[in-house]
Design a protein around this ligand. Structure first.
Ligand code: SIN
Length: 305
């Protein structure tokens, strides 16, 4: 009998396949494709204390094997989320991860406090590259990750996930700071900073010049970072970054992820998460593996002969 369940912060997820914040909206569109309760968890679009209109268009550009986005955290604000979006999500038996961004540590803490009894997990977004304040400014130094995580930890007693940016020299230092400050889980990676130029108009394609790159193009980098972080922390890891099929998902688990999250693939294949889940299950059956834990690093890959 295989058991697909995994634990994050002491909470059981029925399987290790999640969907990533910013790629699944508030789930309404995707509910037309499959029963959302099939998922291990849903990370909703990043929420801020007040509603945000997001960045001026263009906001998305297709690249070879990926996309650049400059969305700028468009969202209905915390109250809008609680009143207009959460009731729909709560119709499904699926854990909800509220991804939150603040301009200040106080804002992060206030949001965590208000969300405490409404959602299952909080994901601290210290890694959005598309906003002028907050976001990645908290996520590139271990000290600031430590500070914001420590304060948010005090404000909530539900499991706290810290979502890391790959735009740093050593991501494992960031992960260790989050763990030390009381995080229950690390999720990685958010987008890599990139840019594009419209050569006909001789202007940057995006108003912010720089945007976030995601999709299969970044998978090898994400995988390497998950592996690096897994060597240094003892809390669970949610691996993401360009996962587009079940083989990618197994690679991330072998590198040290406890769960994996599907992002950009949702845009071009809305069924990707359920197909990936099926693939993981079949792989486990074929290889006599009882739990995703057994696929993890020690039961899996031989790095050194
Ligand atoms: C955005 O809304 O700009 C993307 C969110 C993120 O990168 O965290």
């Amino acid at each position: 009998m295989i058991d697909l369940s995994v634990y994050i912060g002491g909470k059981k997820l029925k399987n290790p396949v999640l969907v990533s914040s910013g790629t699944f909206g508030f789930a309404k569109e995707y509910a037309n494709f499959y029963d959302l309760k099939l998922l291990g968890g849903i990370a909703v679009k990043g929420i801020t204390l007040k509603p945000r209109k997001g960045n001026k268009p263009p906001r998305i550009m297709e690249t070879p094997a990926g996309i650049l986005n400059s969305v700028g955290l468009e969202n209905p604000g915390l109250d809008g989320f609680l009143e207009k979006e959460l009731p729909f999500l709560r119709k499904y038996d699926v854990p909800i991860i509220a991804n939150i961004s603040g301009n200040t540590i106080e804002e992060y803490s206030l949001m965590a406090e208000k969300l405490n009894e409404h959602v299952d997990f909080i994901e601290l977004n210290v890694s959005c590259p598309n906003v002028k304040e907050g976001g990645i400014t908290f996520g590139t130094k271990p000290e600031s990750i430590y500070e914001v995580t420590k304060e948010v930890r005090k404000a909530t007693n539900i499991p706290l996930i810290v979502k890391l940016s790959p735009n740093v020299t050593d991501i494992s230092e960031m992960a260790m700071a989050a763990e030390k400050a009381g995080a229950d889980c690390i999720s990685l990676i958010n987008t890599l900073m990139g840019m594009a130029i419209d050569i006909d108009n001789r202007k940057p394609f995006f108003h912010n010049i720089v945007a976030g790159l995601s999709g299969p193009a970044i998978k090898p980098i994400a995988l390497r970072m998950v592996w690096q972080v897994a060597q240094k922390v003892n809390i669970p890891i949610i691996g993401m970054g360009g996962i587009s099929n079940w083989r990618d998902a197994i690679e991330f688990i072998m590198a040290g992820a406890d769960a994996i999250s599907i992002g950009t693939a949702n845009f071009y294949n809305p069924l990707a998460p359920v197909e990936i889940l099926k693939g993981i299950e079949e792989y486990m059956i074929k290889n006599n593996i009882n739990s995703p834990k057994e696929i993890k690093i020690n039961g899996g890959v031989v790095y050194h002969e």
